[in-house]
Design a protein around this ligand. Sequence first.
Ligand code: SAM
Length: 274
Amino acid sequence: MASLPPLRDVIARHGLAASKALGQNFLLDEQLLDRVAAVPGDLDGEDVLEIGPGPGGLTRALLRAGGNVTAIERDRRCLPALAELSEAFPGQLKVIEGDALAMPLASVMPGPCHIASNLPYNVGTALFVGWLGGQAWPPQWKSLTLMFQREVADRIVATPDGDAYGRLAILSQWRCDARLAMKVHRSAFTPPPKVMSAIVHLTPATMPEGVSAARLESLTAAAFGQRRKMLRQSLKSLPGALAALEAEGIEASRRAETLSVDDFVRIARTMDAG
Ligand code: SAM
């Protein structure tokens, strides 16, 4: 392990100039990377999926933590650097070349796994919403440890009434524990992005009974589709929604951003029962 070359050298030797189109902002500080890899807890012997390993900074840290890592990388230029890492950690790293968006989790990981990634900004939210969705619960993943732009991280952990509270908060929190684990300054990246970043950590919680994920998704889409409008207006075209509000004793004159996650769960449950 001590023999691993500095990441800067790996990048120089393999000509890995960062590509903006691929959302490449690399983390090179190994101490910081070890702290990120510690967020999910003990990874020794655990299966871990990493999206976008790039030159392999976070990958190294996950391997050092004892994880059995599967990494999906779209940029072919990174593959030789990752092959070297594979040699340094025999039997611990499998690299898949391709677009993570096109690979359902079950198609790349045989069983329960942790997901850890410094996500490419352009596809990060789409991947995240995909992992959160579906009716089956608990999901295949045991934890998500994900780097997002700070603004997106804030939306994931937001509480009612703040500007950041909306769909992403409801979808993240209705059956997960979600927390902001670490703030990361833009200067930690090469090249530095324009905005600050943060790591969020999610673990599956108990799914409320009698609520379908699809129902909750359509309800929150309608409720927050017209922000700052009263629910009476934003939910009027959703069959059964206004009756469910009344049944739950929630005033139709309220705005979506004032309702708790539990309020949305209760409305969805009443709609599903109706
Ligand atoms: N993990 C590295 C680090 O922390 O330094 C690189 C992170 S960089 C923000 C995002 C990485 O995701 C890049 O290596 C990029 O090539 C890769 N990537 C971008 N789009 C992808 C996709 N659709 N599927 C898989 N990897 C992708």
